[in-house]
Design a protein around this ligand. Sequence first.
Ligand SMILES: [Zn+2]
Length: 243
Amino acid sequence: MITKEQKSWLPWLIGLFLVFGFVMIYFLYPWLRTRVGRAGKLRQWLQNPAAHPGWAVQDGTTCGTAPFIFPTRGYIGFIWGDSFTPGIRHQGIDIFGGEIPGKTPVLAVTQGYLTRLPGWKSSVIIRIPADPLNPGRQIWAYYTHMADQNGSSYISPQYPPGTYEVLVNAGTFLGYQGDYSGEPQNPVGVHLHFSIVLDDGKGGFTNELKIENTLDPSPYLGLMLDAAKNPNGIITCDNQAQQ
Ligand SMILES: [Zn+2]
């Protein structure tokens, strides 16, 4: 039974509930999903990668008919749209090799033209003149964290700082996974961050730090890598086949 008094409070309660729901859905839920669900699984992997061989993807392989090969081996710990800070979403995917820094190779996902800006210690970007899924446009593949915690680079000596537009092929060796964060006292876990970045329309790349400037990498790698659609699964080709 709802009394008259309770009835007058009902719209307020519903309003409060809606506001709470909105905050949950847009800010707290993606953050909790990342911080608790996804990070928990990653901890399990990092504690003992050998115990979970089926959780890893392998560099140089593809899932199904995907146009890109996997750029490195390891467990895909975080995906596109995950949230490390409420309200801010992750622009790419993070693949954790489960090995020491400087050990796990990183490869080009497809053919393109590699640039490493003069100041880049741990990053390269590869221009892909024709998006394989939308050949009318140019896109960019961005790779980072390829340095040790002090910024000593693990990028192949073939691509020193200031490298501009060097042709690479699918599978070309680029460097090794590292843990460089920009702050030596505060390294990240050893991984590769990989993202697909939009062109600025003038032949340059847009700011990768904004998710709006990046593409959902799912169709390029043949996996469900959109956090909103894959809240908490272990992400491997086999898993994908079962869905
Ligand atoms: Zn990342």
